[in-house]
Design a protein around this ligand. Structure first.
Ligand SMILES: *[C@@H]1O[C@H](CO)[C@@H](O)[C@H](O)[C@H]1NC(C)=O
Ligand SMILES: *[C@@H]1O[C@H](CO)[C@@H](O)[C@H](O)[C@H]1NC(C)=O
Ligand SMILES: *[C@@H]1O[C@H](CO)[C@@H](O)[C@H](O)[C@H]1NC(C)=O
Ligand SMILES: *[C@@H]1O[C@H](CO)[C@@H](O)[C@H](O)[C@H]1NC(C)=O
Ligand SMILES: *[C@@H]1O[C@H](CO)[C@@H](O)[C@H](O)[C@H]1NC(C)=O
Ligand SMILES: *[C@@H]1O[C@H](CO)[C@@H](O)[C@H](O)[C@H]1NC(C)=O
Length: 574
């Protein structure tokens, strides 16, 4: 079927989130006159009109985490995209995705079979360019991100453990999304609040405190030095009335017990919130309207980049699990003061519309600092059970997807920094687990003693998860293209081995009406684990991308058939 021509339909850019299982019946995207549609729906018994979710163009493989994102954008996105559950003969239910639209003078109900979106690549994939379609991702907003650590500027995951932990795959996606946004979004606007170059800003200094402009020889720049009274109750305050930009960046040194605080006010309710950046190892803690993020190691100059809206929202979520109660949008907020307590120094304090490249480098630095030098891995510190049939992965396991994504980040950092070898060294070292079998702590599985496969989850027995494997191939490809001549062989070898396996094994994932997420039906002899629509769409997006770097008709033809499945087509029977 052709795609409708109007611009608001969900096939053009919207996605609807399913909260039940995938439909057992297959419907073709169709346009019906709205009355016919309603009659039809009534005739098979409309049970519920489930919550409407709207979207910001993401087609991620973890859409559930993005619901929060959707709710956030609901204000301008709340259109008639509906998710309708229909009860059929009181035996089972199916989900519809659709909306009513009017064009050419007719009201219609547009009904679709899946909720996910295919992103055909716009050009040949370039490892120096955007990663897949990650410019649409907003990782830090996801519900399963506890907060963004103020110590290293990367997200803390709660996906498999509620206390929170560093999850390399998520950190890399955060980095890759900011890198991609840097290439696709408009130039940031930036307001300098304090750089101590000439006069200082109009800080209100209590009698017991002092500020001074000071030339710091170490950084070769004038900075603001401050000290307040022993008990820190009286801060040095800069009164503000700022509504435009909420991404803050500052160079900072803080002695023990000192803090840097930003006071935000809700312009509608006049409620006041304080974001405190304190010297501590905690990630986030909240007391009333005070949200604390800890920065460890603050004796030396360091630059912190904070999305104040994210920090506020994470704090409010922490306070109360009912997220909707504390929904705050940018347009409702203003910054009313910035307060320094204790003693320390600041420089280059700015507020910007975005700081994507800084946030990208925060991720890249994390990978440089947290790699196991010996194994080259970025360990995942939590236990993971893929399914009943597999042994648990014990804390400290490596993922081919985490490794591959990290290598994608580091390759781009090496390129963008103009050749900083720390990034290249870490990326090359990150290849090591690809040669080590899963049973020995690596990520390598071998299918029928023949094809090498890099495991997203290095399970026993092997699971052969498709999307994670292809992501790892992209990491290998990125490094093989970006590494200087003479240093690309290992990545090239691993990539070509992986591509050969993919070509030989791809069809094992084709289930005739959808795809399999992994090969557990083969390796442990249970029912296939069918990919839900967003993973199915990810498979298609990955094949389309691979087909831009390797001209093999297998990828294109398969992707086209799989797109057909999303539109209700099935393989022919005999
Ligand atoms: C992207 O990064 C470059 C620095 O490499 C910077 O000059 C530019 O303003 C950034 N653009 C965006 C949209 O972040
Ligand atoms: C502040 O920015 C200037 C200009 O980029 C730089 O020279 C200086 O070192 C920075 N200050 C600190 C403390 O890093
Ligand atoms: C903090 O110190 C100031 C002066 O140094 C003093 O006036 C004030 O009472 C002290 N506050 C507390 C809570 O100790
Ligand atoms: C920080 O403050 C606490 C209590 O206010 C005090 O016990 C501790 O000694 C202080 N630490 C430093 C390094 O000033
Ligand atoms: C921030 O500013 C408001 C209004 O200007 C003031 O009432 C409040 O005391 C300030 N908060 C801090 C922590 O300085
Ligand atoms: C890909 O291969 C086909 C034939 O196998 C050829 O017709 C086509 O021009 C090739 N495309 C590119 C971009 O190389």
């Amino acid at each position: 079927m052709n795609t409708p021509q109007k611009t608001t339909g969900f096939l053009q850019g919207q996605k609807i989130y399913n909260i039940s299982k995938e439909p057992p019946l297959f419907f073709i995207m169709m346009r019906l006159n709205v009355k016919v549609a309603l009659l039809f729906l009534l005739s098979i018994g409309v049970l519920t009109i489930v919550v409407l979710y709207s979207v910001c163009g993401n087609s991620s493989s973890d859409w559930q985490r993005l619901k929060y994102n959707n709710i956030k954008n609901r204000a301008f996105d709340l259109q008639e995209v509906e998710e309708i559950e229909c009860d059929i003969n009181e035996e089972y239910t199916i989900m519809f995705y659709g909306k009513s639209v009017t064009y050419d003078g007719l009201e219609r109900f547009e009904w679709s079979h899946s909720y996910s979106k295919v992103h055909p690549p716009k050009a040949r994939y370039d490892p120096r360019g955007v990663f897949m379609y990650f410019e649409n991702y907003n990782v830090e907003v996801r519900e399963r991100v506890k907060c963004v650590s103020a110590t290293d500027g990367v997200p803390i995951s709660t996906q498999w453990e509620s206390q929170g932990y560093y999850y390399p795959t998520q950190i890399a996606q955060f980095g890759l999304s900011h890198y991609s946004k840097n290439l696709t979004e408009p130039e940031p606007s930036r307001k300098t609040v304090e750089n101590a170059e000439y006069d200082l800003a109009k800080w209100l200094v209590p009698a017991t405190a002092k500020v001074e402009r000071y030339f710091d020889k170490q950084v070769g720049s004038n900075v603001l030095k401050f000290a307040t009274s022993e008990n820190y109750s009286d801060g040095i305050r800069l009164k503000m009335d700022h509504v435009l930009y909420f991404v803050m960046s500052v160079h900072i040194v803080l002695s023990g017990n000192s803090s840097f605080s930003v006071t935000l006010q809700n312009r509608e309710t006049a409620e006041i919130y304080n974001l405190h950046y304190i010297t501590s190892d905690i990630w986030i803690t909240v007391q009333d309207k005070n949200i604390y993020h800890g920065i460890s190691s603050t004796q030396e100059w360091k630059r912190i980049t904070r999305d104040l809206i994210i920090d506020l929202q994470k704090g409010l979520n922490y306070l109360d699990k009912d997220k909707s109660k504390h929904k705050i949008t940018r347009s409702k907020l203003k910054i009313i003061n910035i307060t320094l307590r204790g003693s320390g120094a600041i420089d280059n304090l700015t507020l910007s519309s975005s700081e994507h490249i800084q946030q990208f480098y925060d991720a890249a630095e994390w990978f440089v600092k947290h790699q196991d030098a010996e194994t080259g891995g970025w360990p995942i510190p939590v236990k993971r059970k893929l399914a009943f049939a597999f042994h648990d992965l014990q804390p400290g396991w490596y993922s081919s997807m985490g490794q591959g994504h990290a290598i994608s980040v580091l390759s781009r950092a090496y390129h963008h920094s103009g050749g900083d070898t720390r990034y290249l060294t870490a990326a090359l070292n990150g290849l090591k687990p690809f040669r080590i079998s899963s049973s020995d702590g690596g990520v390598l599985a071998t299918f029928l003693n023949k094809y090498h496969w890099y495991e997203e989850y290095p399970t026993k027995p092997a699971s052969f998860v498709l999307n994670g494997f292809i992501y790892s191939l992209l990491g290998l490809y990125d490094l093989m293209v970006i590494a200087p001549p003479g240093q690309a062989q290992e990545a090239e070898f691993l990539f070509s081995e992986g591509m050969a396996s993919l070509k030989n094994m791809l069809m094992l994932f084709d289930m005739g009406s959808t795809t399999a997420y992994d090969l557990r039906h083969f390796t442990v002899g249970i029912a296939p684990n069918l990919a839900r629509w967003d993973y199915h769409a990810t498979h298609i997006n990955q094949l389309l991308l691979l087909s831009t770097i390797e001209n093999d008709s297998l990828f294109k033809q398969t992707a086209e058939r799989w797109i057909g499945y999303m539109n209700g087509k099935r393989a022919e029977h005999n």
